[in-house]
Design a protein around this ligand. Structure first.
Ligand SMILES: CC(C)(COP(=O)(O)OP(=O)(O)OC[C@H]1O[C@@H](n2cnc3c(N)ncnc32)[C@H](O)[C@@H]1OP(=O)(O)O)[C@@H](O)C(=O)NCCC(=O)NCCS
Length: 143
């Protein structure tokens, strides 16, 4: 968990308590995935499974909470592999029908990755981040 928290702190301004990481791992272990190289963790993805209404039916949704790859290991398909694994696990283990996430409107690498995996921009969330930046809410149907 320390290695995951280190990558989170190195790569993103959104940082969390140890409890937050452990809680996600404890509740949704199948969608808490790390990428390793030479025995070292170089990337991670962590997600939450939520229930909500889609029209009149109650469905399960995956929510990507955080994904990051150490700078020296980027552009080699690791982020894509982590996201693919997590989306597969959402369907296989948790019966999820769709997945959504928030991303900074300026974060072109991440937006491109999500588009590549089928996510579409649904709307803008005004001043979603602590520094005032807007987020795109992006969603993909699964299964
Ligand atoms: C976003 C992130 C996880 C991508 O990880 P990665 O391992 O470099 O991604 P991949 O090599 O699997 O790339 C997959 C696709 O993402 C897109 N992409 C990744 N990096 C990109 C860049 N620098 N510029 C443009 N598109 C990029 C491309 O579409 C790429 O597909 P392609 O290689 O066929 O062009 C990584 O850049 C990162 O850790 N960023 C900092 C943390 C962050 O912003 N997380 C997201 C918060 S919402």
């Amino acid at each position: 968990m320390n290695q995951v928290m280190y990558i989170n702190q190195t790569c993103l301004p959104e940082n969390y308590s140890t409890y937050f990481f452990v809680d996600l791992y404890t509740n949704f272990p199948e969608t808490f995935i790390v990428a390793e190289e030479d025995g070292k963790v170089v990337g991670y993805i962590m997600c939450r499974i939520e229930s909500g209404f889609s029209g009149l039916s109650l469905i399960k949704r995956g929510h990507v909470i955080s994904i990051a790859v150490l700078p020296a290991y980027r552009r080699r398909g690791i982020g894509e592999a982590l996201l693919k694994e997590a989306l597969n696990a959402m369907v296989t283990y948790y019966g999820v029908k769709e997945c959504y996430l928030e991303v900074r409107v300026s974060n072109t690498p991440a937006i491109n990755l999500y588009k590549k995996m089928g996510f579409k921009i649904e709307r803008t969330i005004w001043r979603y981040y602590a520094d005032g930046e807007n987020a795109y809410l992006m969603r993909v149907k699964l299964a």
